[in-house]
Each structure stands twice: as structure tokens, then as C-alpha cells.
Design a binder for this molecule. Structure first.
Ligand code: CUK
Ligand code: CUA
Length: 645
């Protein structure tokens, strides 16, 4: 603390003296500003640690789940400046996502049972990894409500693919990637019949309802998930929760928590206790320990069954092949987080004050020796808790999630009920420090903190409540992200950022230098397929082609002109307008819309986009560029003339 005050004071003095020497205005004197704004030396130090002056850039880039918005929010650290929203499961007008033809096709991949689903409940983003380290190439995120997974390419920060889980009805334990992004993992949440073809009453949960884990095969070269090479493991109707992939020592394995292994059938209307009571009756639930590498071989050997056209390893096969084990874990846990070296698996208690640190070595020894304390109701071998535990540490009320530091053995765990972050040593099992956060922290995140090489430095607390932190904006308040300095022995709170788009369950942050985003597309690219767009034309080749009642425009955009300038159609015509942005200059995006036809395109340099609609009403419709791109931006327009038939 002494050291800290000395630093702050010298900073204050240095800055104050510099200003005093050049400016006579009292308002420009640092000491006066501090006084006028009621700021302390500690505030000044926090500001100096987070302020990024104009022209300078942040050190880390964070990808936050957008929660109920179904989007991803990108911000940078330590300034906490928001850089971008990425439309994922939800239309996003600025990017034309859901308003142009190519992006509509991406959203349509997320149709379920023939229904368009244009919202999502995003929970867990995951950055692609090489050798367990973030490589900055791709981002994955799950949708809990409508079990889906999305692939975002970090060359252009665009959503490229949505896959629908063929057997789950909700999923939560994902997205987490294996060490070289061979697979993207997601686990079910609320059990349901896997086929989903037939009704079964809740009373038949034990027999007919199932959970599971899906391993989506990722083709890095194509940047897409290959559904036919993906598979799932059937699991009992224990309500699976968070998962993590093994790494280092535990590479080839994955871990999935559960709650409600009671398989409780509600509820009050049937004279039984409600779910929250019935699901917490037992003292322990099960950690699922899965050998996914071996599971992939079992699928290759043809031992999986097909459910809805998807390879599923039955519980019976998984047990026979030695793929699946259970370990008791204290009552209704939440997060499971593998340590950077892969040797330990940390399970946070939620309804128990402890974090339980399991040893992968001990788990393997028990498996090798065939030392199991019992089998569960589905015949899965159960390893004794004592035979697998390294240590247990009582941290406080409501431990939820754990992240790691660059310092050996140092972990941070969120305490939801206590509204605190606990810093602790998982090797020796002791608490090192605690800091209060405002309020009810869910996840927390350290820089690259779930990789094999955490970068340390900063921690972000993702708080569920922000009461009294920001200017009130009505009953629905923003979430809050609090930036904490973890470089010293004591944690220091630096900054509060409101996050106004949804509940950002989880965030991942990567060293900004690892990201290599493009500045423009190769001319004529369809950004959603990464392939040449069939509607692309070069300057001078613009044309309008009419076939029956189909009118197709092949146009271009360049400052400050839309070619063609007029489009003549007849009522009832189906109109497709392809537009290629011919700009070479960086950041010279043009937008495009046609009055009242609910279409919008964002056309970045090199991109080709198509919008499509039926010209169903006679009249005069201006179209124009929606980005203020030059002094003649307002002149960048044209007319669509819809004549009567
Ligand atoms: S969950 Cu939200 S606080 Cu979906 Cu990872 Cu724990
Ligand atoms: Cu192009 Cu405005």
C-alpha cells in the first residue's frame, strides 16, 4: 500500500508540475481537477492504468457473449472501449446481417424444425487454439435456448456458419475447444428424448430422457464445422452443465459437470417440491470424465448408432469401450476449469463453499487399477471422490467459475453470493486475497486465462447486477464488467464498464497482437462463404438483366456513385440487386438500402452483396448509400421506379 501511494503521489506531482509549467489556467492544473471532480490519488492511478490516449491501442481484445441479444460484443482492455457487435444468432442491421441474401442464408442454417429462430441465448465464446494457446483465427459461441453453435471468422469478424445440434433441446456446456481445435465441445443442459419424435411423460425421465456431449469436428482450412464427422456421447439424464477440454497432461479427455443428478421430476402442481428443491436433494452430483480421443476412434470403427442422422455413442458402448467415468462432486456445482498444465480439474461448488481440485493423475491411476467405488444407475463406473481429489478449499459463498494467472498455481474464482473474487493457490490449497465486486459476479475472465499460457495482468468480473454503479436507465439495468489489476499481490479495482446488450455470461480475451484481421476483401468476395460472389462485376460491366418477372441488377459502388442510377421494374417483379464495392481505400464502406423494402447491406471494400425483394407496390423508391462516405455521400443515390403492369 505504501509503495502504491508513493507511486500515485509521484505520478500526481510529475503530471501536476508539467502542467503547471506550461499552463496558467487553474482548471488545467491536475491538483485542481482532482479537487473539482472529487478524485483521489487512487482514482488517478486507476485512470492512468486504464487510459489509452488517442492514437494508442489497447493490449488485449475481449469477445463477450451478448447473452439474450444473441450477439457477440467486442471490446478492448484495459480501456474497456467497445469496438464492435457481431451479429450471430440475431439480425444486426448495421452489418446488414439478416437483411442481405448471403447473411440470411447463414441465419437460415439455424432454422429448427422448419422454423426461423432469430434470437439466441449466447453463453460461452471460445477462441480457436493451437497447442492449447489462443491463435486468434476463429471464435465459437453457443446458443443455450435453441441448441446451436456458431463459427465466427476473426479475419473479418463475421459469422460464417450456424450448426443445429441434432439431438439436444438445450445446451450449455460449450463452446470449449480441444487443444488444437480438432473439436468444439458442447454439452446438453436439460435432458429430453434425443430423437425428439415422440412425447414421453416426465415420469419416464429415467428411461427415455437423456443428456449428452457433442464433439463438433472443425475443419480449420475451410473454417467450418463438418457435421458428418461430428459425434455425440449419450449421457444419463443428469442435467449436464459446464464443460472443459483437457490439455497438456489431460489432452484427449474432456470434463462435464452436472446438477440434478437426482433426475427430479417436478413439481408443485403434482404435490412435489419445486425443481430448485428437488434438484438439490442429494449431497453430490457427478463430474463426467470422457476420453474423447478414444471416442472418436470408436465412432470411426462404426460402433456408434445414428440418431437423427448423427453418430451417437450409447452409454452402454461408452462403458464397454472405457470412454466414460463419473466422479462425485459436491452438490450442484457450476464451473469446471482445467488448470493450464492440464494436471488438475477445478470444480466450483455453487451450493457448496468449496472448490474441489481433482487430480488427473489420480483419476488415471484409479481407471488403470479398475478401482471404482460403485456403478451409477446406468452402469457407469464411479471413481471415489477421495481417490480423485487433490484438495478442497473453502473460498466463500457461491463459487461459480475459475480462471488462471501467468503465475504458477494461482487461480481466481468468482463468488456469486459473496459478490467477491477469491485469489487462491490450487497447488497448496490456500486463499491468497479477496476483492469485493458490484454485485453478484457470474463468470470472471483473466487474459487468455483458460489457455495453456495465461497472460495474467488483468481480470474482468462479469457482474449480474449493477445497481448504484451507473446513472439509472429504468428497471432493466446494464450488466457490469469490472476491470481488476492482478499484476501485484493484492487485486486492485480499476474500472466499471456497463454492458448494455444482454447478459454476458462469459468473455475471452486475447493478446491484440495475435489478431490479424483483414482490411479489405478480394474484389467480388461473398464474405459469408469466402468464395467469389456470382453477382460481382468490375467497373464498366454493370448491367440489368431481365428474365420474365425476374430482374437482376449487377451494380457497383465507389465514391460517390451507385451504378446503375435508375432501376426500372414492373409491379410484381422479383428484384435482386448485386453490389460490389470497388474501393481500395481502407474503411471506405458503403451501405445500401431501398426505401420501404426492408433490405440493407453493408458493403466493405471488395465485398459483393445481394439484396432481394418483390417490388409489390407501384411507385417511386429512392435507394441510397447508408454510410457517410464522402462529401458527396448524399448524392450517392438512385431511383427504383416501379411501374404498373
Ligand atoms: S453460465 Cu452464466 S454465470 Cu451460462 Cu457459464 Cu455461469
Ligand atoms: Cu457511399 Cu455514402
Amino acid at each position: 500500500m505504501k509503495q502504491f501511494n508513493k507511486q500515485a503521489t509521484s505520478l500526481l506531482l510529475a503530471a501536476g508540475m508539467g502542467l503547471a509549467a506550461t499552463a496558467a489556467w487553474s482548471a488545467d492544473n491536475l491538483a485542481d481537477v482532482l479537487k473539482a471532480r472529487g478524485l483521489s490519488q487512487q482514482d488517478l492511478l486507476a485512470a492512468a492504468k486504464t487510459y489509452v490516449p488517442t492514437g494508442k491501442r489497447d493490449e488485449f481484445v475481449a469477445f463477450s457473449s451478448g447473452g439474450q441479444s444473441g450477439q457477440v460484443i467486442v471490446y478492448s482492455i484495459p480501456s474497456m472501449r467497445i469496438l464492435k457487435y457481431i451479429g450471430v444468432f440475431t439480425p444486426e442491421p448495421w452489418q446488414g446481417y439478416g437483411f442481405d441474401e448471403s447473411s440470411k442464408k447463414v441465419l437460415a442454417q439455424g432454422r429448427i424444425d422448419g422454423k426461423d429462430i432469430t434470437w439466441g441465448d449466447t453463453h460461452h465464446p471460445a477462441i480457436s487454439e493451437t497447442n492449447g494457446e489462443y491463435d486468434g483465427q476463429f471464435l465459437f459461441i453457443n446458443d443455450k435456448a435453441n441448441p446451436r453453435l456458431a463459427v465466427i471468422d476473426l479475419r473479418d469478424f463475421e459469422t460464417k456458419q450456424i450448426v443445429v445440434n441434432p439431438i439436444f433441446k438445450s445446451e450449455h456446456g460449450g463452446a470449449f475447444v480441444t487443444t488444437n481445435t480438432e473439436y468444439v465441445i458442447e454439452a446438453a443442459q436439460y435432458p429430453a428424448p434425443l430423437e425428439n419424435k415422440k412425447f414421453y411423460p416426465l415420469e419416464e425421465m429415467n428411461e427415455k430422457y437423456r443428456g449428452g456431449v457433442t464433439y463438433w469436428k472443425f475443419d480449420r482450412k475451410e473454417g467450418r464445422i463438418v457435421t458428418k464427422d461430428s459425434f455425440s456421447l449419450e449421457l444419463p439424464p443428469y442435467w449436464q452443465d459446464l464443460s472443459d477440454a483437457g490439455k497438456g497432461a489431460s489432452e484427449g479427455w474432456s470434463f462435464t459437470n452436472s446438477f440434478c443428478s437426482e433426475r427430479y421430476v417436478g413439481g408443485i402442481e403434482k404435490g412435489r417440491p419445486p425443481y430448485e428443491a428437488g434438484c438439490s436433494a442429494k449431497d453430490t452430483d457427478y463430474l463426467h470424465v470422457i476420453n474423447w480421443k478414444k471416442a472418436a476412434e470408436v465412432v470411426k470403427a462404426g460402433k456408434a448408432k445414428k440418431i437423427n442422422g448423427h453418430d451417437v455413442i450409447s452409454i452402454e458402448t461408452a462403458v464397454k469401450e472405457g470412454l466414460l467415468y463419473l466422479i462425485p462432486e459436491p452438490k450442484s456445482p457450476h464451473g469446471v476449469d482445467v488448470t493450464p498444465d492440464g494436471k488438475h480439474i477445478v470444480v466450483a461448488g455453487k451450493l457448496d463453499t468449496h472448490v474441489s481440485v481433482y487430480s488427473f493423475e489420480k483419476i488415471q491411476a484409479a481407471i488403470k487399477a479398475g478401482k471404482f467405488e460403485s456403478k451409477d444407475a446406468y452402469g457407469i463406473p464411479v471413481i471415489g471422490m477421495k481417490d480423485a481429489l487433490h484438495t478442497q478449499v473453502s473460498l466463500g459463498l457461491g463459487p461459480l467459475h475459475t480462471q488462471y494467472d501467468s503465475k504458477a498455481c494461482v487461480a481466481y474464482t468468482s463468488l456469486y453470493v459473496d459478490s467477491q473474487v477469491a485469489k487462491w493457490n490450487y497447488c497448496e490449497g490456500k486463499v491468497l486475497d479477496k476483492i469485493s465486486v458490484h454485485y453478484n459476479i457470474g463468470h470472471l475472465m483473466t487474459m487468455e486465462g483458460d489457455s495453456t499460457k495465461p497472460a495474467g495482468k488483468y481480470l474482468v468480473a462479469l457482474n449480474k447486477l449493477s445497481i448504484d454503479r451507473f446513472v439509472p436507465v429504468g428497471p432493466l439495468q446494464p450488466q457490469s464488467h469490472q476491470l481488476i489489476d492482478i499484476s501485484g499481490d493484492k487485486m486492485q479495482l480499476l474500472y466499471d464498464m456497463p454492458l448494455p446488450l444482454g447478459e454476458p455470461h462469459y468473455v475471452v480475451a486475447i493478446d491484440a497482437k495475435k489478431l490479424k484481421p483483414a482490411v479489405r476483401y478480394k474484389v467480388g468476395t461473398d464474405s459469408r462463404t469466402d468464395k467469389p460472389h456470382p453477382g460481382a462485376v468490375r467497373a464498366g460491366e454493370e448491367k440489368i438483366v431481365r428474365k420474365g418477372n425476374k430482374v437482376e441488377v449487377f451494380g457497383t459502388l465507389i465514391r460517390s456513385h451507385i451504378t446503375p442510377e435508375t432501376i426500372d421494374v414492373e409491379v410484381g417483379d422479383e428484384v435482386t440487386i448485386n453490389l460490389t464495392n470497388l474501393e481500395r481505400a481502407q474503411d471506405e464502406t458503403h451501405g445500401f438500402t431501398v426505401s420501404t423494402y426492408n433490405v440493407h447491406a453493408s458493403v466493405e471494400p471488395g465485398k459483393t452483396v445481394a439484396v432481394k425483394f418483390k417490388a409489390d407496390k407501384e411507385g417511386v423508391y429512392p435507394y441510397y448509400c447508408t454510410e457517410f462516405c464522402s462529401a458527396l455521400h448524399l448524392e450517392m443515390m438512385g431511383y427504383m421506379l416501379v411501374k404498373p403492369k
